[in-house]
Design a protein around this ligand. Structure first.
Ligand code: ATP
Ligand code: MG
Ligand code: MG
Length: 287
């Protein structure tokens, strides 16, 4: 049975995003802590609204250990708000983790970077497998959209909604804020493909280690130049040549030269992490 607003108690506002507030909530029936996103559809076109609803339905079918679980949606016609109920990610997002490390001048452990790389890749793989036919690409892969649960396991979130809500807007607006992770082919208005996600993922893992993105500039035009040059500083010294090498391949200007999702999953370091738990130390962010 679909739930209703009164089935939940709002605990607090977690934050405000480009589409509305995200709140921490409690399901009254069993006390389970969840989160919801409040999206006002009042100013959306009929097409956008339909896409939003079908996208949410699609997300509900995506169940994977490394993807934020979507539970339900409630439409309140009085306030023209849709509430998207999802798993609450206690560990916050990678953007906040990176800011914290930067502030404390502390690098994350390399093991954690490999773990995040593996888990995001598996989540992307699942999207690709599941959402056959329609666009399967994340399009908004950035630290703020990668969450951690209480056990510091990755939960990829926000992707489908990002796609729907940007559908009718122009290319440039697809990226809210500075598009640090935009691939060179997207800069040139070429089509988005699996390898564009690989570029963004390369940027993300790079930033997780370096604590700043591989390409930065004072404005979008300069950023485009930097991205197309494809030059970036090596990772800081604590990180291995092996990780450096893989990130460099993910950040190849020529998309064909970047590894595929399958290539990442076959990397020896990733395979090691996939081995039974007893064979490895658990890796958690250095706190
Ligand atoms: P954008 O709208 O571009 O995605 P954003 O990511 O900052 O920007 P939201 O996705 O609405 O905006 O998130 C707002 C805040 O809520 C952020 O601090 C985010 O980390 C947090 N948040 C979002 N989803 C969850 C969740 N499932 N569990 C815990 N915190 C979440
Ligand atoms: Mg977000
Ligand atoms: Mg988002």
């Amino acid at each position: 049975m679909p739930s209703k607003l009164s089935d939940y108690e709002v605990i607090c506002t977690i934050g405000v995003g480009s589409y509305g507030k995200c709140k921490k909530i409690k399901r009254r029936s069993d006390g389970k802590i969840l989160a919801w996103k409040e999206i006002n559809y009042g100013s959306m076109s009929e097409t956008e609204k339909q896409m939003l609803v079908s996208e949410v339905n699609l997300l509900r079918g995506l169940r994977h250990e490394f993807i934020v679980r979507y539970y339900d949606r409630i439409v309140d016609r009085n306030t023209t708000t849709i509430y998207i109920i999802m798993e609450y990610c206690e560990g916050g997002d990678l953007g906040s983790l990176i800011s914290r490390c930067k502030r404390e001048r502390k690098y994350l452990e390399e093991e954690f970077a490999w773990k995040v790389l593996r888990q995001i890749t598996l989540a992307l793989h699942e999207c690709q497998q599941r959402v056959k036919g329609s666009a399967v690409l994340h399009r908004d892969l950035k630290p703020a959209n990668v969450f951690l649960d209480a056990a510091h396991e990755v939960k990829l979130g926000d992707f489908g909604l990002a796609r729907v809500l940007h559908h009718d807007t122009s290319f440039a607006k697809t990226f809210v804020g500075t598009p640090y992770y935009m691939s060179p082919e997207l800069m040139d208005h070429c089509s988005y493909n699996e390898k564009s996600d690989m570029w963004s993922l390369g940027c993300l893992i790079y930033e997780l280690c370096s604590l700043s993105p591989p390409f930065t500039a004072i404005n979008q035009q300069h950023l485009a130049v930097k991205i197309k040059e494809g030059k970036f500083r090596p990772l800081p010294s604590p990180y291995s040549a092996e990780l450096q090498e893989l990130i460099s391949r993910m950040l190849k200007i020529d998309a064909v030269l970047r590894p595929s999702i399958e290539d990442i999953l076959k990397h020896s370091r990733i395979l090691e992490l996939s081995a039974p738990k007893k064979d490895r130390r658990s890796s958690q962010p250095d706190e």
